[in-house]
Design a binder for this molecule. Structure first.
Ligand code: PLP
Length: 352
């Protein structure tokens, strides 16, 4: 089954016909700027970034940097306030509230459903298999005229494993709507990013973020990589000045120190092996799931109780036992070496 995708046709008519807001900085970025009601006298805090001026709406310099790093073109890059903004925008561009639906594959990242609920969209859920992989056939069976977006996550949160690339490719080429592949954890995995395929598949949107491998969750910067047509729609619908100057400058600075970023990733992966090994040695731990991310999912008897006891001792992990296929599961993020040791030691204490 081969399909041709007409992106314009998938877009909600009101968005297709939208006349976007034109901000002052869309017209001029230099000159005697008396066009935006800014405070020319400056801010009461010292800064190097002319924070009394609005940021650029487009952040082309940063988009170029990210594009070079991911080996795509700068027209393939959208920047948002976290990937969470991109998730919401994709729904707002393609899904008619009260009418259209998305597909998710639980257990997976909770934001897809929350965002769909906020936008009053239907959510069709097709569980992962027992081995935590995609049921491609079942997913495609769920498609009707109102199914507009499929959300996939690889490596997946909370299960930590990557989805098979052949399954991702099958879905991208056969799903008759937008396929979002959330790659928040891609830099921790050996799997090749799908970003290189956005020219080949016009319906593919790859999400990445500065929150995990870059260690910059605090600046709230997310990336969507897609073909220029979808990126243009995202730029059109976003708030004019969504990404602020402090965030953009911090991200640019991060690119000057990629050696440290890569070093930290390696360190986290080493530590993860150690923590996984130690967990496997504990009799009470029934299973440590294979991980391609910076966290571990493990199954342990009385998980809820253990979660609570850990919290009472100041060690906070995530209880995931309410998710399908994750009965009695806890999710622990890999921390600094001493933090990992404290986690393991405290776990041992609450298990006796
Ligand atoms: C952490 C995470 C994100 C990151 O979201 P941001 O809004 O960019 O911080 C996205 N997707 C998944 C699956 C995550 O686990």
């Amino acid at each position: 089954m081969l399909k041709t995708i007409d992106i314009d046709n998938l877009v909600r008519p009101n968005i297709r016909n939208l006349n976007p807001y034109r901000s002052a900085r869309d017209d001029f970025e230099k000159g005697l700027l008396l066009d935006a009601n800014e405070n020319s006298l400056g801010a009461p805090v010292r800064n190097q970034l002319e924070l009394h001026r609005y940021p650029t709406p487009t952040h082309n310099k940063l988009r170029k940097k990210i594009a070079d790093w991911r080996q795509v073109d700068f027209e393939n890059i959208f920047l948002g306030v976290g990937s969470d903004e991109a998730i919401d925008l994709i729904m707002r561009i393609f899904c008619e509230p009260g009418q259209d639906s998305i597909i998710t594959t639980p257990p997976t990242y909770g934001m897809y459903k929350v965002s769909a609920n906020i936008n009053n969209l239907g959510v069709k859920e097709v569980l992962l298999t027992e081995s935590l992989q995609l049921q491609t056939g079942k997913i495609l069976e769920q498609v009707d005229d109102q199914t507009k977006v499929l959300f996939l996550c690889s490596p997946n949160n909370p299960t930590a494993n990557e989805m098979k690339r052949t399954d991702l490719l099958k879905l991208v080429s056969q799903f008759p709507g937008i396929v979002v592949v959330d790659e928040a954890y891609i830099d921790f995995s050996k799997q090749e990013s799908m970003a290189g395929l956005v020219q080949q598949y016009p319906n593919l949107v790859v999400l990445q973020t500065f929150s995990k491998s870059f260690g910059l969750a605090g600046i709230r910067l997310g990336i969507a990589i897609s073909n220029p047509e979808i990126i243009r729609y995202m730029m059109k619908v976003k708030a004019p000045y969504n990404v602020n100057k402090l965030t953009a400058q911090t991200a640019l600075d991060a690119f000057d120190n990629m050696d440290l970023m890569k070093f930290n990733i390696e360190k986290i992966l080493e530590e993860k092996e150690y923590v996984a090994e130690q967990l496997r040695h504990a009799d009470e731990v029934e299973k440590v799931y294979p991980s391609d991310a910076n966290f571990l999912l493990f199954k342990i008897k009385n998980a809820k109780e253990i979660y609570q006891k850990l919290a009472d001792r100041g060690v906070i992990v995530r209880y995931r036992g309410n998710e399908p296929l994750c009965e009695d599961c806890l999710r622990v993020t890999i921390g600094m070496p001493d933090e990992n040791i404290r986690f393991l030691k405290t776990l041992k204490e609450v298990l006796v």
